[in-house]
Design a protein around this ligand. Structure first.
Ligand code: HEM
Length: 446
């Protein structure tokens, strides 16, 4: 097709006039321009290069899935994040990524996850039991601890000390905060470098790597079978029969910490806030969970499979508040789409948040309606619902995350009635979409 249409452009002057505001919160800038220009607009980012912003679900599907080979990730993940984590699934590209994905994928298949469910549930029950009742609780750090411990215990079972967990979690969180600073304040790069701030964070990363090497060596020397993710990763073999080196294993584990922890914590916090405002859905989830648990024959996998209301609530929560609220790619070669010419080297920024609330795609897009995710209806959304991304780079942990969140939500509503502390749900758009002031009150049911 001839590419003749021009992508509407937002002038650099308009952008610069609001640059500080946009740096603080880019969401109103995105929304205003989509409303004004349609589902795609571009911004000159200098030297003849453009950033294309889009909430066109078909374009997102085209880039992430149909023609994915022509698109690579931006440097945010493959360089900026990679300097703290190394070269793991999230941060690598090309043949290396493809080989690693093939090697690691089986550990995240439903059958493998089945062996982790007891560990995941026990960790959730332990963390939920620590919740304070009848006072206002900021749930984001609570779910941050929960999600981190779930990943750590799924990886290492109990073969990890509390001190080790604490350092691993502290370093993961500190480095993520540092990356936010680097991305938000690129003009301070010289300061971060000259004053040794980045070096300090890199040496904290090394502390994590040393701990992980210790855990791996302990595991290699022990004869015990743990049936956890570490066992699965250690026994995975490449085509030629070799295993991952310790360095590769450490890179992948650090990536799992980052990819699997904040996203899940954010999503649980948003889901619980939504439930606090919708007592009728708390009741539905609670009632269904009690019925499912009463069936003595139910193993954990079927408990999760039958907890349909909890699943719908989580899915609707990720529609309204997708933790990965934008996804970025850069095209390797020129391309065309719907009559637009997409010049090689263009940066694409897909607003998943805007796609999930597009008025042409969703009825009552702003309303919390888990009923829209019944199994029959949910199939109809696959072309414009992307909380876990799409295509070959779709989240490897999506089943893991769904199982974890369904169990956590079900456990929480079965133990507590949950009340809001404020009228609105506020967002804090950083690298992930975080909740702001996620305070809730929990009241014991029995
Ligand atoms: C609510 C929770 C989660 C959300 C919303 C989420 C979202 C995403 C998204 C959107 C991507 C694709 C990014 C892109 O294509 O640019 C991704 C990739 C990834 N996620 Fe998740 N994720 C979640 C939980 C998890 C968990 C629990 C794990 C592991 C324990 C995990 C591990 C990964 C990994 C390793 C990748 C990179 C995959 C690859 O490129 O091959 N995620 N995630």
């Amino acid at each position: 097709m001839n590419a003749t249409k021009k992508i509407p452009e937002v002038s650099t002057f308009t952008f610069l006039k609001q640059a500080l505001k946009i740096l603080n919160n880019p969401l109103p800038f995105h929304h205003k321009n989509f409303e004004k220009h349609g589902d795609i607009f571009k911004l000159n980012i200098g030297f003849g290069n453009y950033a294309v912003f889009s909430r066109d679900a078909e374009l997102a599907e085209y880039v992430l899935q149909k023609n994915w080979k022509n698109y690579k990730k931006s440097e945010i993940q493959t360089e900026q994040l990679a300097k703290y984590l190394g070269k793991g699934l999230l941060t690598s590209e090309g043949d290396y990524w493809r080989t690693q994905r093939k090697l690691i994928q089986p550990a995240f298949h439903k059958k493998s996850l089945d062996t982790l469910l007891d560990t995941i549930k026990n960790t959730i029950v332990e963390e939920v039991s620590k919740l304070k009742t009848n006072i206002s609780v900021d749930v984001l750090p609570v779910f941050g601890d929960l999600a981190f411990k779930v990943v750590v215990k799924s990886l290492f079972s109990n073969a990890v000390t509390n001190d080790e967990i604490k350092t691993l979690q502290d370093v993961t969180e500190e480095n993520q905060l540092m990356l936010v600073k680097e991305l938000r304040q690129p003009y301070l790069k010289w300061y971060f470098q000259s004053f040794g701030i980045i070096k300090k964070h890199l040496s904290r990363s090394q502390e994590s790597r040393d701990i992980l090497l210790n855990i791996i060596n302990r595991r290699k020397q022990s004869q015990a079978q743990h049936n956890d993710l570490l066992d699965m990763l250690l026994s995975a073999r490449y085509h030629d029969g070799s295993a991952m080196s310790n360095e590769q294993l450490i890179d992948e584990i650090l990536v799992l910490f980052v990819a699997g922890h904040e996203t899940t914590a954010n999503s649980l916090s948003f889901t619980l806030q939504l439930l606090a405002h919708h007592l009728e859905w708390q009741e539905k989830v609670r009632h269904q969970y009690q019925l499912v648990l009463a069936d003595a024959n139910s193993d954990l996998m079927s408990v999760i499979g039958q907890s349909q209301y909890a699943k719908q609530v989580v899915e609707e929560s990720m529609r309204l508040y997708p933790p990965a609220y934008f996804m970025d790619r850069v095209n390797l070669e020129d391309d065309t789409f719907k009559g637009f010419h997409l010049k090689k080297g263009t940066s694409f920024l897909f607003s998943i948040l805007e796609i999930h609330k597009h008025k042409d795609l969703w009825e009552h897009p702003e309303a919390f309606m888990p009923e829209r995710f019944t199994p029959e209806k949910a199939k109809g959304y696959s072309s414009h619902y992307f909380p876990f991304g799409a295509g070959p780079r779709k989240c490897i942990g999506n089943n893991f995350a769904m199982f974890e969140m369904i169990m956590a939500v079900s456990e929480l509503v079965s133990k507590f009635k949950i009340y809001p502390v404020q009228d609105t749900i506020e967002v804090n758009p950083l690298i992930t979409l975080r909740p702001k002031h996620a305070f809730l009150k929990f009241e014991n049911i029995n």
